[in-house]
Design a protein around this ligand. Sequence first.
Ligand code: NAD
Length: 243
Amino acid sequence: MRFEGKVAIVTGGASGIGAATTRLLAREGARVMVADLDGDRAWALAAEIGGTAHALDVADRAAVEALVDAAVAAHGGLDILVNNAGIGSFGRTPDMDPAAWERVIAIDLHAVFYACRAALPHLIAGRGAIVNTASISGLAGDYGFGAYAAAKAGLVNYTRTLALDHARDGVRANALCPGLIDTPLTAGAAAVPGLGERWHDAVPMGRAGTAEEMAAAIAFLASDAASYVTGAVLVADGGMTAW
Ligand code: NAD
């Protein structure tokens, strides 16, 4: 029981990688607050794991601050923050609606700053861990996903900086960079003509990863087994970036 007595917030916790992470942390003893735009699914998952839920838009700073307050009030502290909520938006620059660009940056990057800013006083008090779900799209260009790639690249470097800023506070911050993972997010993007096939051909292991495989990586980074790991960018992509 790696997370006995620990309190965790998982944003985007009601679906895909976040839901798998929520289930794994809870199975290993954590009290988890499932934070998601989709309140119904968040509460359903919270009921399944015996946790709590909070419906919010992570792009809303005041709502994120209220989330952290609610988690601390419900569970008496905070040890683990998993910033996992994320969206993508397809379109090369001339076709990209500026509002869509801004929404991706707000959810995939600004929201992580809001959550870390609100959570850090609690994490410092208890020497906690932050895990940010970035993407291999943050490590190189990604055709048609400029906003997403820009936000995730920013998230990777923000995570490294968080690690430096808080290393002596006993707070660790690490990023996970998934490759192609089978979740509702990619089911939508895979509908773009030709894109799904191109992605699968690009994976040396010849398959998409699972949400559970990503949850295992996030749980490692959040756990005491990673006690000397901070500022790390863990790639879990079936070899996609190993070429
Ligand atoms: P998903 O769509 O299954 O889950 C994302 C969750 O985030 C959903 O429950 C959604 O309701 C929630 N969410 C979206 N916008 C929100 C908002 N504004 N406020 C609160 N919650 C919000 O997607 P997933 O594939 O599990 O993605 C999880 C994370 O993994 C994302 O950050 C994504 O960028 C990243 N990622 C996914 C892949 C992949 O191939 N699936 C690859 C690399 C990185």
